[in-house]
Design a protein around this ligand. Structure first.
Ligand code: ACM
Length: 669
């Protein structure tokens, strides 16, 4: 269908056609009618969908006919049939699906379609997902996220047809799984078994699988706080961030037995077929400096740490296989000794995906979808999970040239070393790309900032994970803005409201609101590493242990709450991109904005914003002077470039687009 007709849906459906028939009035109420299979799950989902779009009340009622071919199992599974057909005209809406899961997806479409009050032309949507695994990983270990946050997240996930919530339940800073057999493991803040049961059931009612992760053998400092005898290389629980040396000692029978018991507890709690066992970032010195472990390695002919990890991985895999689960691990688990049947989550650059597939492992791609890197939505959405490796690599390379990342390009280049990871032996049959998963690591994410960090960009990724490859994602930004405006009603997620409240609470007064709208946090790991550790990493040195943040740092500054992508700057960039040199409308808009920047007071909030405020005021002044022919382009460029740098942890987001506009010859009188 025309681009316009698709502009209201995110993700875009596979097929969307205007059909003969009269338009559906914009304000009618719907009454669900189940013609075939029904269930409490479907009745509740229909009621939720109609509430979310405000069509559960109003005048005349039309039927919402649900024609469901078969009830689903108690819990969803990979490869469930999620396809559906939605047809609407002036007589009502009909959703037809072979299974409950498809009805749920159709109801999400209905909610999005019917949230406005305009009449809807007669229409038929025939839809199915591109990938069966469309996930979101939340790190609930570094900062705990209470159940209510997870339940709200499920509601929003369902709206965007995401179907896997991966919970990273343990890490150095916290252990959130309520082990009954090892009561010294759970941190002060952990989930109760009943809460996890509620979560898993609520997720199932939304067609969402919950995949649990206990990360072993690294990232286990929190385990050693309770059971120091299980460890090697280190201290107990930790509040700091970064890769730790502490690690489980896999040479001890008691450790292997405890891990087996823990995974059986996890499997009893989470019904999903997949259980994640981590396996990432084992510190190279975790085991090599322990004489007992070295002796074990010699005895068993294990040449290095990777071989020892592979032996431990084989143990975990056999435990999970005995529990009738499919093990999944981060891409470090790829090793010549990896048993068959393990799925791999590729996070270290684009090459990890194909290395896993060639080794015969099914794969979930996460490398381009790290939401904690503060990238704009278009950057993540540009990476098609199914694109050829060369295209993914070219996109990774292109980011290094993108002016939005100039301040961290050297750090991003550091990750190119991952392209040279060892190649495991090729399997006779390649693995299958299951789909993709966004990851939100929570060093700088807590309950207060979760929705802003997550939903400011996640809908664009959901589009990538569900929709067919399209040559024209040009309307993504409009659809994202529309979705964010409606998310408070759909799922109680209010990104703009949360930002506004937090900015006020951080002491920003009215005079600086035009400034805050244009700010973004520095990108990549710039905030987390801080300047000293970033420089050390780039020089290849051991990084200093001191970092700007640890797990106890309050997240109450303006930078903690800024959306990673400023919507105002995104809109300005779009206007400037579309404007021909001398375009009067664009110039008038820019003039107005520049005048508001020039008026910024020297002080109307926290001290750390004084420098970016002064810089943006100067940018406003320079733009006005240029438009009035008071300065030449070279002078304007010099002044804009002076503002296109980090101010501590802040960036002035519109600068790259303004500099590009200048280069294109705009603004010349
Ligand atoms: C990871 O980001 N360490 C999987």
């Amino acid at each position: 269908m025309s681009k316009n007709a698709r502009a209201d849906l995110l993700p875009r459906p596979a097929r969307d056609e205007r059909v003969d028939g009269a338009a559906l009035a914009g304000t009618v109420r719907f009454e669900p009618v189940f013609t075939a299979v029904t269930s409490t799950r479907l009745e509740q989902a229909a009621a939720r969908a109609l509430r979310a779009c405000g069509r559960d009340r109003g005048a005349a009622a039309l039927p919402l006919t649900v024609d469901c071919g078969a009830a689903g199992a108690a819990f969803p599974a990979l490869d469930d049939d999620e396809s559906y057909v939605l047809a609407l005209d002036d007589r009502g809406v009909r959703i037809t699906a072979a299974e409950e899961w498809g009805v749920l997806r159709g109801l999400a479409t209905l909610t999005q379609l019917c949230s406005g009050s305009e009449p809807l032309p007669a229409r038929r949507i025939v839809d199915a997902p591109r990938f069966p695994w469309r996930g979101l990983m939340l790190d609930v270990a570094r900062h705990f996220l209470p159940l209510e946050d997870l339940l709200r997240t499920l509601d929003a996930m369902a709206i965007f047809k995401l179907n896997v919530l991966h919970l990273h339940l343990s890490d150095d800073q916290g252990f959130r799984f309520p082990s009954q057999r090892f009561p010294a493991l759970p941190s002060a803040r952990h989930y109760r078994l009943a809460e996890l049961d509620t979560l898993v059931r609520s997720a199932a009612d939304r067609g969402i699988r919950v995949v649990p992760e206990l990360d072993v053998p690294g990232h286990t400092a929190s385990w050693l706080a309770g059971y120091p005898e299980w460890g090697s290389g280190g201290q107990g629980s930790s509040r700091r961030f970064g890769v730790h040396r502490a690690c489980l000692d896999p040479t001890r029978g008691a450790v292997r037995a405890a891990v087996a018991t823990l995974f059986s507890e996890v499997a009893a709690c989470f019904p999903d077929r997949y259980v994640h066992f981590g396996g990432d970032e084992v510190h190279p010195q975790a085991w090599s400096q322990d004489p007992q472990i070295a002796a074990y390695m010699a005895r068993h002919g294990l040449a290095d740490s990777a071989a020892l990890q592979a032996r431990f991985t084989a143990h975990v895999v056999s435990v999970l296989t005995d529990l009738e689960r499919t093990p999944i691990g981060w891409d470090e688990v790829l090793h010549p000794d990896l048993p068959a049947g393990v799925a791999v989550q590729a996070w270290r650059g684009a090459t990890a995906r194909d290395r896993a597939l060639r080794a015969g492992c099914d794969c979930v791609l996460s490398a381009p979808y790290y939401l904690d890197l503060y990238y704009p939505a278009d950057v993540h959405a540009g990476f098609d999970p199914g694109a050829p490796e060369a295209e993914l690599l070219a996109r990774e390379d292109a980011l290094l040239e993108d002016p939005r990342f100039a301040h961290v390009a050297a750090g991003m280049a550091w990750t190119r070393q991952w392209r040279d990871a060892p190649e495991p032996p090729a399997a006779t049959a390649p693995g299958r790309l299951l789909g993709a998963e966004a990851c939100l690591w929570s060093e700088l994410v807590n309950s207060q900032v979760l929705d802003v960090r997550l939903w400011s960009r996640m809908p664009a990724l959901a589009d990538r994970f569900w929709s067919p490859v399209s040559a024209d994602p040009g309307d993504l930004s409009d659809r994202l803005d529309l979705a964010l405006a409606r998310l408070p009603a759909w799922a109680g997620v209010d990104v703009a409201g949360d930002v506004a409240r937090a900015v006020r609470a951080a002491g920003v007064e009215d005079g600086w609101l035009p400034l805050v709208k244009q700010l973004e946090p520095v990108k990549w790991y710039g905030r987390l590493l801080g300047e000293e550790a970033l420089a050390a990493r780039l020089r290849g040195r051991e990084m200093p242990a001191s970092r700007p943040y640890d797990a106890d740092t309050p997240l109450d500054r303006v930078v903690d709450m800024l959306p990673p992508e400023s919507p105002a700057a995104r809109q300005l960039a779009a206007t400037l991109r579309a404007a021909a040199p001398g375009d009067r409308v664009a110039d008038a808009q820019l003039r107005e904005l520049a005048a508001s920047w020039r008026r910024l007071p020297a002080r109307a909030g926290p001290e750390e914003l004084a420098a970016p405020a002064a810089a943006l005021a100067d940018v406003g002044d320079a733009i006005l002077a240029l438009l009035d022919n008071g300065i030449d382009v070279a002078e304007a460029r010099r002044r804009l470039e002076a503002a296109a740098v980090p101010f501590g942890e802040y960036l002035l987001a519109p600068l790259p687009a303004l500099l590009a506009w200048l280069e294109r010859g705009s603004g010349r009188g």
